[in-house]
Ligand binder design. Sequence first.
Ligand code: SF4
Length: 479
Amino acid sequence: MSLTQDSGRNWPRERVEQTARAICDPPAIADLLAAAANPSPDEVRDILYEAGGGRGLTAAQAATLLQVTDPSLREQVKDAARQLHERLFARRVRLLAPVCPTNRCINECLYCPLRRSNSRLRRTASSARDLQREVTALVDEGHRHLTLVFGEDRSGIHYVCDMVNAAYGVRSGTRRVHRVDLNLNSSHPEELAALAQIERLGTYHVYQETYDPETYARLHVDGPKQDYAWRLTCHDRACEAGLRDVGLGVLLGLHDPRFDVLAVLIHAQYLLERYNTAAEVITYPRLLPVPGAPVTRDTSWQVDDEAFGFLIAVTRLVAPVTEIVLSTPATPEVRRQLYALGVSQVSVGSLSYPGVYSADGDPEAAGSLRIGRPRNLETLVYRMCEVGFVPNFCVECYAQIRQKLSDDSRQAERYPVHRAAANSLLALKEYLLDYASPETQNVAAGIIQEELARLPRKVRDATLDLMEEAEAGLRGQML
Ligand code: SF4
């Protein structure tokens, strides 16, 4: 297997290396962090004051916040993030379901149980019909937003396109999927061009895992993913191919989290400047001990709950309108804290194996990862409402928000706060009417009333009119 990749005319190796250096300059990031060590309280407060304006922060300011160690100053950083997040996202949390069409992978990432040499799990790949059974089970539960998660197998981009189209093709009565995101390994330009042909494709997520080249090399010991620079430049290729929504991420726990978080924030700023399409989504999975992946037991860079919340808070202040995803398990109390600090999307359940939702998959495909069927959606909706958050099923307003933001920049002042709030309430109302038990309807009704009361009168009245129409049976109403 070749360690490096190029893609002929458009992406010769030289361009890959050059672009990678423009995205991430590890010594420069280390210098930024070193220069920002031991920030004074005044310095931090000045930055927080500026962050409150919702215009984002520079890389140097981000480095300073990441270097805060004093507990009371860290609390001030979190308070500032809570206020900004509340102003922009108003307690809304999107819900998405991860679906795994295949557990085949040719890479050897030492932190992942799906890595090629792990013989403990039986390999399998869904057909389009298998996947549609899974998706039907999910839409029948009320899900509208899926992420299809692929390792790297040899089935090729046509398989990926077929799976996305199969998911969009599901109809269960009037129910359907509204948005399908992809979590895919780095792709070649012609593959990305094929993805760009898919109507309504959601976010294209590729996580760098760690931006530190040495750690990256140590943990990716075989397969195409070994190529650090190729992976780092995949969002550039995606933007050039016409994909508008891209997602970044790092696996917290592999390397110094301050370095990796600063690097991912710099990467997002680079994409904004270059393509006017900031990373729409940043995901921070946390390394958890799992069988079949021995390095996950290494706790050298473990991120505890407090540190995780702090990193989310800094990210919210630096990138005010970026969606931040919680994708790994947390206790209900920790989840509640993270929703308040900056998390705006949550993965409902952890991925386990192909066929897990339709209950016709092969549990041996999860190997020792076997964790049973992921969490029930309604339970999460109920718990969210109970603690004052709004489960957000609206995915259509992604496009509206992007349009609004792309007119100028992704600064908070451009964010259509009230429209996003109203649309999320309308989508929640539809979910309650179509799927929820009386108990859930009851607890959610309180949240809907509270949130309606916060809207300007004109928006509130329009929302109430549309809710009446939803009660009469109309669906898909939006402001
Ligand atoms: S992290 Fe992704 S690419 Fe690496 S082994 Fe796991 S599934 Fe394959």
